[in-house]
Design a protein around this ligand. Sequence first.
Ligand SMILES: NC(=O)c1ccc[n+]([C@@H]2O[C@H](COP(=O)([O-])OP(=O)(O)OC[C@H]3O[C@@H](n4cnc5c(N)ncnc54)[C@H](OP(=O)(O)O)[C@@H]3O)[C@@H](O)[C@H]2O)c1
Length: 236
Amino acid sequence: MPSMLVTGASRGLGFEMVRQFGDDGWRIHACCRNPAGADALNALATASDGAITVHTLDVGEPAQIDALAAALRGTPIDMLVNNAGLLGHAIDEQAAGAFGTLDYENWMQVHAINTMAPLRVAEAFVDHVAASEMKLMFFMSTHMGSITDLAEGNFYPYRSSKAALNLLVKAISIDLTPRGVRTLAVHPGWVSTDMGSAAAPVTPPESIAGIRRVVAAYGDDQTGRFFQYDGKELPW
Ligand SMILES: NC(=O)c1ccc[n+]([C@@H]2O[C@H](COP(=O)([O-])OP(=O)(O)OC[C@H]3O[C@@H](n4cnc5c(N)ncnc54)[C@H](OP(=O)(O)O)[C@@H]3O)[C@@H](O)[C@H]2O)c1
């Protein structure tokens, strides 16, 4: 049974990943900031016969990352899923992170969670991933972080945090090739989660069903690439 660790599993795409990969029989370490308030996730874990374990993890707290990595020392993790993320403001907010309106404190927080935290998690769990069969580090990115595809401004904090994440996904793929560890960045589509809003055209079940196909098709020789949930490869 393959295993995965997912950050931000309390709701949205992280929760749906736990639900669908759990249905597929994966052993899952589902991480969230506040397990006591994660009723739906706890219900999945209870029904999973021990296959899903819920852990406390705020990815903005380095000590919590290190503590969980130590608690799971010696446990192989086939797919490390860096999913937790912040937009920084409501998606339909008028001046959504636009030039001339920027809140730099907020920007630092978005970078801490979207860019630096995934790298901390990758560093802390590299031995767990290297000890597994699949050896895959998965990063939830967005086409909004693609420089090549950029057609409009605004959302500066979010776009820049994910563009930087994309660079890290590529850089980590180079550094970890000698250990056989691979990376994959995925754009989940514009999805109707709290972040994506009800206006989004893709549902979480549709997005994660597509992501499961992308993961299944990602060969052992592939690393450092960027795909959309429907299988289309995206430019950095
Ligand atoms: N929805 C979209 O259209 C879309 C498009 C492209 C990319 N994405 C990416 O997909 C990922 C998931 O987004 P979503 O749509 O599922 O968003 P969401 O519904 O807003 O959920 C965000 C998740 O991240 C968690 N989180 C936030 N800060 C955290 C922290 N410091 N430590 C641990 N967990 C934290 C939240 O936990 P709490 O419940 O504790 O707040 C929640 O579980 C993000 O990386 C996002 O950038 C989403």
